[in-house]
Design a protein around this ligand. Structure first.
Ligand code: S3P
Ligand code: PEP
Length: 397
C-alpha cells in the first residue's frame, strides 16, 4: 500500500507567462517558480544580451519570446531551439505579428524556427489568427498586448484549441491588474503603462500531478498520496484530473494547501474522453487505462503530433511493446482491454518528458525500463526522486 507526501514544483505554464510579464512590468514579484528546464530557458532568454537565443525544447518560451522580441525587443535576435523545435510550426503566430507590423524572417524552413526578429514599431492594434493549432500563439499575443500603446484586439478564427490555457493567461493578466474582455471569439486587452507592485504565487503543476493520479489508480485499495501546493480554484485546466480520475478510481480531497489522492473501489469498464482542453494529460490517462486493463477511446488529440514528439505515434509504438492492442488516427487513440502486460519492456521517450513520466507508474504492475529517463527535467526535474518517495526502487542502468 502506498502512502507519501510530495511537494511538486510550480506550474511551468504559469511561470513562463509570469516571467514574460515581469520582464515588461518589473513590479511583479513571483513565488514558487517552476524548477524546470523550460522555465530556465525563459529566464536565460529574458536576461540574455546575446544575439542568438536558444530555448531548446521549450514551446512556450519559443512562442512567447517570438512575440516579446518582435513587439518589445531592443535589438535584432535570432531565436532558435532544438531540432524538434525546428519541426514545431510557428507560421500562424509569425503572420499575426507581421500583420501588426513586426519584422520577422525565417532563416531555415518557412513557417518554422529559427526566426530572425528585428526591432520594430507596432502601430496596429487589431489582429486575427487561426486558433485551432496551438493556444500558445494566442497567449503570446495576450502577454505582449498590454504594453502596446493602444492595447490589442485579437480575433480567434475557427474552433479554439486548449481553451483553458487562454483562460489561464487571462486570469494571470487580471491578477496583475491588466484589463481584458473576451466576448465570443474576440479578446480585448487594455493598455497599461505602469503597474502597482503585485505578488503572484504560482500554484504547483497539475500536469505533473497526473503521474501520481495514475500511480494511485494502479495501486491497491487504501493507497494514498498527498501533493502540495494545490488549490481548488486553479487556473490550470489540467486540474480536471480530479474529475477525470474519480471515474478511474481515485478520489481527490482538497485540503487548505494540498490535495490527497485516495484509491477507491470503483472500477470503470471503458473510458471515453475528449482532450481538446487538456492535451498534456492524454498520455498519462492512456497508460492508466492500459495498466488497469480497461479499454478507452481518447479523442480531441489533434495537437499531440506537434508537441515534443508525435505523441500519438510514440504512444502507439510504446504501448504495443507492452502488449497493447492500440489504434491511432490523426486525432484519436483507441485501446482494447488487455490483461497481460509484457515484462521488462524498454520504453523509448523521444525527448518527451511526458513519455517517461506517463509510463513510470506501470512499474507497479511489471518491471519496466525507461530509456533516457532524465528527459523529465523539461517540466519536472525532481520527478524520479519524488517517485522514489512513494516506495519505488529505481535502478540506473
Ligand atoms: O500555454 C501553455 O502553457 C501550454 C499550452 C498547451 O499547448 P497548445 O496550446 O499548443 O495545445 C500545452 O500543451 C502546453 O504544454 C502548455
Ligand atoms: C507540450 C508541452 O510543452 P511545450 O509546448 O511548451 O513545449 C508539454 O509540456 O507537454
Amino acid at each position: 500500500m502506498l502512502s507519501s507526501s510530495i511537494q511538486i514544483t510550480g506550474s511551468k505554464s504559469e511561470t513562463n507567462r509570469l516571467l514574460l510579464l515581469q520582464a515588461l512590468y518589473p513590479q511583479i514579484k513571483v513565488e514558487n517558480i517552476s524548477e524546470s528546464d523550460d522555465a530556465d530557458a525563459m529566464i536565460k532568454a529574458l536576461n540574455s544580451s546575446e544575439d542568438v537565443i536558444d530555448v531548446h525544447h521549450a514551446g512556450t518560451a519559443m512562442r512567447f519570446l517570438t512575440a516579446f522580441f518582435a513587439v518589445h525587443g531592443n535589438r535584432e535576435v535570432l531565436l532558435t531551439g532544438s531540432s524538434r523545435m525546428k519541426e514545431r510550426p510557428i507560421g500562424i503566430l509569425v503572420d499575426a505579428l507581421r500583420s501588426l507590423g513586426a519584422k520577422i524572417e525565417y532563416t531555415e524552413k518557412e513557417g518554422y524556427p529559427p526566426l530572425r526578429i528585428a526591432k520594430s514599431e507596432i502601430t496596429n492594434n487589431k489582429v486575427s489568427l487561426k486558433a485551432d493549432v496551438s493556444s500558445q500563439y494566442i497567449t503570446a499575443l495576450l502577454l505582449v498586448a498590454p504594453k502596446l500603446k493602444n492595447g490589442l484586439e485579437i480575433i480567434l478564427e475557427g474552433k479554439v484549441t486548449s481553451i483553458p490555457y487562454i483562460n489561464m493567461t487571462l486570469g494571470l493578466l487580471a491578477q496583475v491588474g491588466i484589463g481584458t474582455q473576451m466576448t465570443g471569439n474576440v479578446i480585448n486587452v487594455s493598455p497599461l503603462d505602469q503597474m502597482n507592485p503585485v505578488k503572484v504565487v504560482v500554484e504547483s503543476d497539475w500536469s505533473s500531478a497526473s503521474y501520481f493520479y495514475s500511480l494511485i489508480a494502479l495501486a491497491e485499495e487504501g493507497s494514498q498520496v498527498e501533493l502540495s501546493s494545490y488549490r481548488q480554484d486553479s487556473l490550470q485546466g489540467d486540474s480536471a484530473l480530479a474529475d477525470i480520475y474519480r471515474f478511474l478510481g481515485v478520489e481527490t480531497v482538497f485540503k487548505a494547501n494540498s490535495i490527497v489522492l485516495h484509491k477507491t473501489s470503483l472500477r470503470p469498464k471503458v473510458v471515453n474522453l475528449d482532450f481538446n482542453n487538456t492535451p498534456d494529460i492524454a498520455q498519462t490517462i492512456a497508460v492508466t487505462c492500459f495498466g488497469l486493463g480497461i479499454g478507452c477511446k481518447l479523442t480531441g488529440l489533434h495537437t499531440l503530433k506537434i508537441k515534443e514528439t508525435d505523441r500519438l505515434e510514440a504512444l502507439r509504438v510504446e504501448l504495443t511493446k507492452l502488449g497493447a492492442d492500440v489504434v491511432i488516427t490523426e486525432d484519436s487513440l483507441e485501446l482494447q482491454p488487455v490483461l497481460q502486460i509484457n515484462h521488462d519492456a524498454a520504453i523509448d521517450t523521444y525527448n518527451d518528458h511526458r513519455m517517461a513520466m506517463a509510463f513510470a507508474p506501470l512499474a507497479l504492475k511489471v518491471p519496466i525500463i525507461i530509456n533516457d529517463a532524465q528527459v523529465v527535467s523539461k517540466s519536472y526535474p525532481a520527478f524520479w526522486e519524488d517517485f522514489k518517495k512513494t516506495g519505488f526502487i529505481i535502478q540506473t542502468l
